[in-house]
Design a protein around this ligand. Structure first.
Ligand code: ADP
Ligand code: MG
Length: 698
């Protein structure tokens, strides 16, 4: 249970002062979820406006924000005859010079009241020079002497969302801050003293109420402290998973090589050197008495599936079972069909378990697994949400892990059996990041794609030329090509998106008749299967799809993919989608249809797609174009989401947090000591609660 001390932070943001029916949805959009107080507490400033400089006018720097004490000399309303666009000017002065204040929108009444002629006022804003004369366009602040006394000299700037104004957000954040309790110190006292770090609540207060611009920078003690808190929480969570996974003793799983040999002979290709090597590494792990925890990394289309298959067969040879877990039903079915067909030829029984099995069916399948009659099971998350009894599960393979959330991975770890684990990913994550996500996993990498692959030609086409695309398709279709046509799911209303996909489907059907099928997430499972099957078998040549086809789908005959609104997709996603083609012998192409005009970054991103097929280069460019924060933050990447830590700036803290988490875990594995109790508070604060459950379960 969450410590009650933290409850005020986890109340809905609606309970904050000034958040009504109008503001609440804006906050939700701002933080990307149903906003709670904690989300505003962690909505840290992105920079500051420094209003500390209070010079005399003659000494004031141009192009800088200054705060000036002035006397109002006169008002110059816009002339009657002028156009309505003319500004209202107010001349102000001190004993060293004068400045013209320029107002475009403010009402004359407001100006008369705020800046009465002859009065002394404080104004703050950016000063510039125009035509040899000093002016300030729209001062940020116009204040009396009393008001300037309470003005924050260094004002935090927050990320905003349309409709949410800075002052409104500042007031809400202030109320959120008022609810931050004083929490028991969970960090090691020596570390805190040595680094000169403030306490948690002080750090939060300092970041939102900076005294100098340096305070909000990533290197400030306050920011470092919070980053370390977060990194420690996430490392503790990982340590708990790791501990759980390693806890169960492994077993030796020694294959005979007989079935695998037969299968390799049936395959229409030979393993690449990379595949053979990865397989050898996996088999060595399986044969060792320790439990295997291995990551198989390989770009889309590099051929991870067959490695997994042969690894599973090794487990079967040893008299054990194997499970393959995938993120979507389409993928589960595809893998199942392949494996079942291959398995049948060598006498291995494969079954499919998904969320849509009828109770009777499911019961029978589970009984066969429990009895050991079925040796390999393929399934979606339904595989591990409900308890499945195996006779003897030897190996669990998780495909396309980036689609599984941390909680699902934890659930898997919680199964606590001695099964070896192989995790497969196409996300090119650097080794150091792998460590932060998975702990000490061993890694096998498929560096090259199977030989004979032709490069994919990628072209960018403005949506205005969609007709040309369709005409081009007509030619390709006549030559027997198979085509994916991807419509994005991106608007807030899924319904609108589906309508878009359905409209496209109808339009293409008009042009190409019965050669067109549609598949999307909302369809009935049987209809989905039928559409996929028709496309895979060549009974249909065009598959209109939402991004449900993004991961793993493998129809080697498909050689063209058209992606509509390509500018709306992330690079990683485009790369995954494009990876659906270029899998067979035919020359493939990818048509990225965008809606112009494109912004500079969007254009650069699409150009990256056009210029390279290398997943690693794409990931790096993505990083460069979006900034590390976003990539690390995205769920797509499967990496942990940090709210305050930034790996570019706080990387060195990560290593320290890792070390400390390991030490804590070794000394107090269930967090039962006094400090352990406090660390639990930390875990709840950063919402690593699942780890607390694991730790408590012992
Ligand atoms: P991914 O790594 O993206 O999961 P897949 O395992 O789906 O890739 O493999 C992509 C395609 O390459 C499949 O059609 C598969 O049959 C084929 N393939 C795998 N290994 C080889 C190989 N050694 N030679 C030729 N084709 C291969
Ligand atoms: Mg795959």
């Amino acid at each position: 249970m969450r410590p009650t001390l933290l409850n005020p932070l986890f109340t809905a943001a609606k309970t904050l002062h000034g958040v009504g029916a109008k503001i609440a949805p804006l906050l939700d959009r701002l933080v990307g979820r149903d906003a709670r107080t904690i989300d505003l507490v962690f909505h840290l400033p992105t920079g500051v406006i420094d209003r500390r400089s209070r010079p005399k006018i003659a000494e004031a720097q141009r192009d800088q924000v200054v705060t000036l004490e002035v006397r109002v000399v006169n008002h110059q309303p816009p002339g009657q005859s002028r156009s309505g666009k003319a500004p209202f000017k107010v001349l102000v002065e001190d004993e060293t010079g004068d400045v013209t204040l320029i107002f475009f929108h403010n009402s004359p009444a407001w100006i008369a009241k705020s800046l009465p002629v002859g009065a002394t006022r404080w104004i703050s804003g950016r000063l510039d020079q125009w035509d040899g004369h000093l002016q300030m366009v729209h001062p940020d602040r116009v204040m009396t002497a009393e008001e300037v006394a309470t003005m924050p000299a260094v004002e935090p700037i927050y990320g905003l969302t349309e409709g949410l104004f800075p002052r409104v957000l500042s007031r809400i954040v202030a109320d959120a801050l008022a609810r931050v309790p004083v929490l028991p110190e969970w960090l090691d006292e020596n570390r805190v003293i040595l680094r000169g770090w403030p306490a948690f609540h002080e750090a939060i207060a300092r970041l939102h109420g900076p005294q100098t611009p340096v305070d909000v920078e990533a290197t400030s003690p306050a920011h470092q402290r919070l980053a370390y808190d977060e990194l420690l929480a996430s490392q503790l969570a990982l340590a708990s998973v790791r501990g759980r996974l390693r806890q169960a003793d492994g077993r030796r799983t020694l294959g005979t090589g007989v079935l695998a040999g037969q299968l390799e002979a049936i395959l229409p290709f030979r393993l690449t050197d990379g595949q053979a090597q990865a397989l050898a590494e996996i088999r060595a792990d399986l044969a060792a008495p320790e439990r295997m925890l291995r990551l198989l990394q390989g770009d889309v289309g590099s051929g991870k599936t067959v490695v997994a298959l042969l690894a599973m067969v090794t487990s079967v040879e040893a008299g054990r079972q194997a499970a393959l877990m995938v993120p979507t039903e389409i993928l589960a079915r595809q893998h199942f069909e392949r494996l079942a067909a291959l398995g049948a030829q060598v006498g291995i029984r494969v079954t499919l378990v998904t969320g849509r099995d009828k109770p009777k069916e499911r019961e029978a399948k589970l009984a066969a697994l429990a009895a050991g009659e079925t040796q390999i099971v393929v399934g979606t998350h339904a595989l591990f949400t409900d308890p499945i009894a195996f006779r003897d599960l030897g190996l669990v393979v998780v495909d396309e892990q980036h689609r599984f959330g941390v909680n699902q991975r934890l659930a898997l770890a919680e199964k606590g059996t001695a099964a070896d684990m192989l995790v497969m990913t196409a996300t090119p994550i650097p080794r150091t990041l792998v460590m932060t996500v998975f702990g000490d996993m061993d890694v096998s990498i498929l560096r090259e794609k199977p030989a004979g692959r032709q490069p994919i030609t990628t072209v960018l086409v403005n949506a205005e030329r969609l007709e040309d695309v369709v005409a081009g398709l007509a030619r390709a279709i006549r030559d027997g090509a198979r085509v994916y046509w991807v419509c994005p799911l991106v608007t807030e209303s899924e319904f609108v998106d589906l309508v878009a996909a359905e409209d496209r489907y109808r339009a293409l059907r008009e042009a190409f008749g019965d050669a067109v099928r549609l598949v999307h997430g909302q369809m009935k499972p049987a209809e989905k299967d039928a559409a996929m099957a028709d496309f895979a078998a060549g009974r249909a040549q065009i598959l209109v799809a939402t991004t449900v086809i993004e991961v793993g789908v493998d129809v080697p005959e498909a050689s063209i993919i058209v992606i509509e609104h390509a500018e709306r997709f992330g690079l990683a996603q485009l790369h995954q989608l494009r990876g659906r083609v270029g899998r067979g012998q035919a020359k493939s192409s990818c048509v990225l249809v965008y809606k112009g005009p494109l912004g500079e970054t969007s254009e650069a991103r699409l150009r990256v797609m056009r210029d390279t097929e290398d997943g690693f280069v794409i990931a790096e460019e993505d990083l460069r174009l979006r900034g590390e924060g976003e990539l690390i933050g995205t769920r797509q990447s499967g990496l942990p989401t940090y709210r305050v830590a930034r790996l570019d700036a706080h990387g060195s803290l990560l290593a320290a947090a890792r070390e400390e988490a390991a030490a804590i875990f070794a000394a107090d594995p269930h967090l039962q000591s006094e400090r352990g109790e406090r660390l639990r508070t930390l875990l709840y604060l950063f919402e690593r609660d699942a780890a607390v459950r694991l730790l408590s379960a012992g």
